[in-house]
Design a protein around this ligand. Structure first.
Ligand SMILES: *[C@@H]1O[C@H](CO)[C@@H](O)[C@H](O)[C@H]1NC(C)=O
Length: 236
């Protein structure tokens, strides 16, 4: 019965077409060797800069604490719509949930996005010398810490890309987990900047637009400014 076989084949072909692929949408087209940057070509279209002209129309990222309950990014005052997450100077490892700021998504429906982190150190840090197998306090803890700053999880149909340098998620409530790890390079950064995260988003298969950037910055890099503020208030 050639007709029946053809129908079955057609049915499975259609099923395949509509199954979500592991890396859906434009995330699959962005090669790991390239950065998520303006003017990069994704699916025949240039990636567009984060809009700066009208703040309210710019799609932004939002950063929450590990539990996802408290928003931790604050708008930076240097224009451009970027934000800062202030980090304790002596932090060990911190996880955040990062998603799209839902208050900036009013006109959009099927949104998908990719986030990228820099600096990103692709080579693992040197291993400590092998030590005797003695139980330590840490060995009882659930250790899921990343060895370097990277994306370490994603909700729903999202996932990790490029070894954690990127992650992708879909939907207004989609989010990714980002783990910040101290490293020698960032400790010597004079501005106290530990890492920077930005995203690119698109609706259906439309153009990709960048979001403003979010920097993760040590608090002591702002101590001078804060000290001046407190001094000013004291004199009032
Ligand atoms: C992250 O995604 C999960 C799963 O979809 C959702 O339950 C949670 O509310 C999201 N968190 C944030 C901060 O958006």
């Amino acid at each position: 019965m050639p007709l029946a076989i053809n129908n079955a084949m057609l049915a499975s072909f259609l099923l395949l077409l509509f199954l979500p692929s592991p890396t859906s949408g434009f995330a699959a087209w962005l090669k790991c060797s390239r950065q998520l940057e303006a003017d990069e070509i994704i699916m025949n279209n240039k990636v567009r800069h984060a809009g700066e002209e009208n703040d309210a129309s710019v799609v932004k990222l939002a950063v929450y604490d590990e539990s996802g309950s408290t928003r931790v990014d604050v708008a930076s005052d240097n224009g451009g719509g970027g934000a800062i997450v202030w980090i304790d100077n002596d932090f060990t490892s911190l996880s955040f949930k990062i998603g799209l700021d839902q208050s900036t998504l009013s006109d959009l429906s099927d949104i998908q996005y990719v986030v990228e982190s820099t600096p990103f150190y692709a080579s693992p840090s040197p291993r400590p010398a092998p030590s005797p197998n003695v139980p330590t306090i840490n060995s009882n803890k659930k250790q899921r810490n990343a060895k370097r700053t990277s994306f370490t999880g994603a909700s729903g149909v999202g996932g990790l890309l490029c070894n954690g340098k990127r992650a992708h998620a879909r939907g207004k409530n989609g989010n990714v987990t980002y783990t910040l790890v101290p490293n020698k390079v960032s400790d010597t950064n004079k501005d106290g900047i530990i890492a920077e995260v930005w995203g690119g988003w698109s609706e259906y298969h439309g153009d990709v637009t960048l979001t403003p950037r979010i920097i993760f910055k040590k608090k002591d890099s702002a101590s001078l400014e804060i000290g001046q503020d407190q001094h000013g208030q004291g004199e009032l």
